[in-house]
Design a protein around this ligand. Structure first.
Ligand code: NAD
Ligand code: MG
Ligand code: MG
Ligand code: MG
Ligand code: MG
Length: 346
């Protein structure tokens, strides 16, 4: 663990993990999608006994079997396991939990990769069961690829319920077995992980950035500029800028762009994303913190996703998607970039 005061949170590395906490255990990995296939294969390669839990009808069964893993139903897998890793989609976790709850016994562990269902009380774990989280901060295909390349994927660790007194040690051992402690595991809480994850994807990563791109694209096109130029300036070049920020922070990005771009950005950026936008970000955060967003999303799912379906269709039909598809197919790089491969099936 980092014992200086560089970080506000505790950060754990390989040496902090003790694999004896997991070596003789059986882990049931429920779901074989993005995270599930990566956790299951990394645990298996690390010598941990793994059983993948999937419905009889699941199209993922063939993939898990082809990868040499034992497959059973979620109920059978949970009954056999010491640790149950809940890696089905967040929206179906409550139903899967209801199906397996009778199999959970004292001393077993229920583990998550995201805190939504525990934090918003959609899953109420039984007494006697440890409840932990190991959340890689990366899509599953990178968790797998990094592991195979002897590299790590940063992750988060949280303990919600520690009935055995060894919840944290066991979670750290799990993090080591999937390769996360090679890069570093930050300690957090279910509340902090859930709220920051939802806020980040809404305000910046998924919501904020797409809205910024669309508004800027429309501004140029409405002013008479070509759709192709608008696409390149407002969407395509974003990757180059984000890569620089990822590698060296805002500073490396400012250093790499022209002085004109830097001065223009420094003088105009705060006018675009101004204090009014900041106030709306606070509203977005309020909705996350007070449960408004969670209640809305749960109700939306219960109603069969009517708004979500409409919003998805509207987004797909935005003009920037049509021009982008044409341009990406015309240009030699074909839109193929690191990490752009599609995710595993549902
Ligand atoms: P996913 O959608 O990629 O995988 C879903 C898997 O669950 C599939 O194998 C599917 O067959 C199975 N499944 C679907 N419905 C099922 C049901 N009713 N019963 C049994 N199995 C069912 O899921 P994911 O994105 O890997 O998410 C899993 C967890 O990991 C979530 O808690 C998510 O928040 C978290 N997480 C995801 C990422 C990511 O990048 N995808 C990153 C960090 C954490
Ligand atoms: Mg995510
Ligand atoms: Mg996230
Ligand atoms: Mg998320
Ligand atoms: Mg330019």
């Amino acid at each position: 663990m980092t014992d200086d005061d560089t970080f506000e949170s505790a950060v754990y590395y390989d040496d902090d993990a003790n694999r004896s906490y997991i070596d003789d255990k059986t882990v049931a990995v429920l779901g074989y999608g993005s995270q599930g296939h990566a956790h299951a294969q990394n645990l298996d390669d690390s010598g941990v006994d793994v059983i993948v839990g999937l419905r009889e009808s699941s199209s993922s069964r063939a993939a898990a079997e082809a990868d040499g893993l034992r497959v059973a139903t979620p109920v059978e897998a949970a009954a056999e396991a010491d640790i149950v890793s809940m890696l089905v989609p967040d929206t179906v976790q409550p139903d899967v939990f209801e199906a397996i709850r009778d199999e959970l016994e004292e001393g077993q562990t229920l583990q998550f990769a995201h805190g939504f269902n525990i934090h918003y009380n959609q899953i109420r774990p039984p007494e006697g069961v440890d409840v932990t989280m190991i959340a890689p901060k990366s899509p599953g295909h990178l968790v797998r690829r990094n592991y195979e390349a002897d590299q790590g994927t940063p992750g988060l660790l949280a303990v919600y319920q520690d009935e055995t007194g060894r919840a944290k040690e066991e979670a750290l051992a799990y993090a080591q077995a999937i390769g996360c402690t090679r890069a570093g595991v930050i300690e957090t809480t279910f509340r902090e992980e859930t709220e920051t994850d939802l806020f980040g994807e809404q305000a910046v990563l998924c919501g904020g950035v797409t809205a910024l791109v669309k508004q800027a694209y429309e501004t140029l096109v409405d002013a008479g500029y070509s759709r192709e130029m608008a696409y390149f300036e407002c969407l395509n070049e974003l990757k180059l800028i984000v890569d620089l920020m990822y590698e060296g922070g805002l500073g490396d990005m400012w250093d790499s762009v022209s002085d004109t771009a830097e001065y223009g950005g420094l003088t105009r950026g705060d006018d675009v994303v101004n204090d009014e936008v900041r106030a709306r970000m606070e509203t977005v955060l309020d909705d996350v913190q007070n449960g408004t967003f969670a209640r809305e999303w749960i109700a939306e799912n219960q109603a069969g996703r009517p708004s979500y379906t409409q919003l998805r269709a509207a987004e797909k039909s935005h003009d920037i998607e049509a021009v982008g598809e044409d341009l990406r197919s015309l240009f030699a790089w074909g839109g193929e970039t690191e990490g752009s491969e599609t995710e595993e099936d549902e």
